[in-house]
Design a protein. Structure first.
Length: 385
């Protein structure tokens, strides 16, 4: 029976980062992954994810983002991979909208560099955009995008370089605590022991972490790529930022510059407008009414879109009821740490979550502020339910 310091289950965004940080600290690490090293069955794919610091979800995230940016730069340098690009970003909507007002609150509280633009200023700076007269934007120069596939590959390569054993197509089937306070993990291929277990299950959280008592919601989300009618020039990264755009009804879309060449189009998606599903039952086909709805929405904001529809891709979001993460010890054992519920806004935190999980697995504590992610916040919900 092979023995390790830490076993990491799930090698997507968070798990690959945890494996790297642990191995870089000299720990004997085993990583177990249900699929191959690059797969599109969860949420760590799609070519791009937004990163930003003026965080409308809560100012409490900003310290983690500041550290994440440092780690993104380090990962880019250490791996030689193009994992992050800062194109600037705009949070667009009416002044009182969550997207604008929440971003401004975080920027002001933490002294983050930003500009406020009225509709005319936004149109002049980014002619591809067509805001309404009552809309404004917070512009953040340090916003941009990260590449999920490149990020996972970079962390896995560096983890292996530091000695981690990475087993693909080998899902965990069960785990139990051992008499010495460690854990034993079973797979179809073998049995392994370790002093600590880290579980980062993504959309498989409801089945692997039912003991947490968190009412996870797994949603099918769709990402779309359209070729602008006038070509991608105005949408190239030098001319166009990432954006989150909130309409008067509170619905949001988000999107990116054209980062995939002259024929790659511009990516756009609805923000949190998914359909409940499970990893086993998700509909991977994208249907014409969905494409039509996305195309109609793009017409409100961009004169040259939708243009021509190119492609669409499904992914799985795993959410908690309050849309904040879960990072905590497992209720059944202090030798097990869980991290889940990241979808919708979590990928930008991948490097710092890996650092946090390495802290918790090796010392049982972290200097990073993670009180917001304690699953006990759902205790009243569970009692009432």
């Amino acid at each position: 029976m092979a023995t390790y310091d830490v076993i990491v289950v799930g090698l997507g965004g968070m798990g690959s980062s945890a494996a790297y940080h642990l191995a870089a600290r000299g720990k004997r690490v085993l990583g177990l992954e249900k699929f191959g090293p690059a797969h599109d069955q969860g949420a760590s794919h799609g070519g791009s994810r937004i990163t930003r610091q003026s965080y409308f979800e809560s100012p409490e995230y900003v310290p983690l983002l500041l550290r994440a940016y440092e780690l993104w730069d380090g990962l880019k340098q250490d791996s030689g991979r193009d994992v992050i690009s800062l194109t600037g970003g705009v949070m667009v909507g009416r002044p009182e909208s969550l997207t604008v007002a929440g971003s401004l609150r975080s920027a002001q509280q933490w002294g983050l560099e930003h500009e406020m633009l009225d509709a005319g200023q936004l149109r002049r700076r980014f002619p591809a955009m067509a805001p309404g007269p009552q809309e404004v934007a917070l512009y953040e120069a340090k916003a941009g995008f990260v590449r999920p596939e490149e990020t996972v590959s970079a962390h896995l390569e560096l983890a292996a370089k530091h000695g981690a054993d990475l087993h693909f197509h080998e899902p965990m089937t069960s785990w139990e605590t051992t008499a010495d306070g460690g854990v034993r993990v079973e797979t179809a291929s073998g049995s392994y022991t370790a002093g600590h277990l880290v579980v980062t299950p993504g959309p498989w959280a409801p089945e692997l972490l039912a003991e947490l008592g968190v009412p996870f919601l797994i949603e099918r989300q769709v990402q779309y790529w359209f070729q602008p009618g006038g070509g991608v020039g105005p949408f190239e990264p030098a001319n166009f930022p990432i954006y989150i755009w909130e309409d008067a009804d509170g619905s949001q879309v988000y999107g990116f510059p054209a980062i995939d060449g002259p024929d790659g189009g511009a990516k756009i998606a609805f923000f949190r407008r998914g359909v409940p599903t499970t990893p086993a039952t998700i509909d991977r086909e994208v249907h014409q009414p969905e494409i039509d709805a996305m195309a109609e929405r793009t017409r409100r904001h961009f004169p040259d879109l939708p243009g021509t529809f190119l492609r669409a891709k499904t992914c799985l979001y795993s959410n908690t009821p309050d849309e904040h993460f879960v990072i905590a010890p497992h209720p059944g054992s202090t030798s097990v740490t869980v991290a889940c519920g990241f979808s919708g806004h979590g990928f930008k935190f991948v490097p710092v979550v890996g650092e946090i999980l390495a802290d918790l697995a090796t010392t049982g504590a972290t200097a990073h502020p993670i009180a917001l992610f304690d699953p006990h916040r759902f205790a009243s919900h569970l009692t009432q339910g």
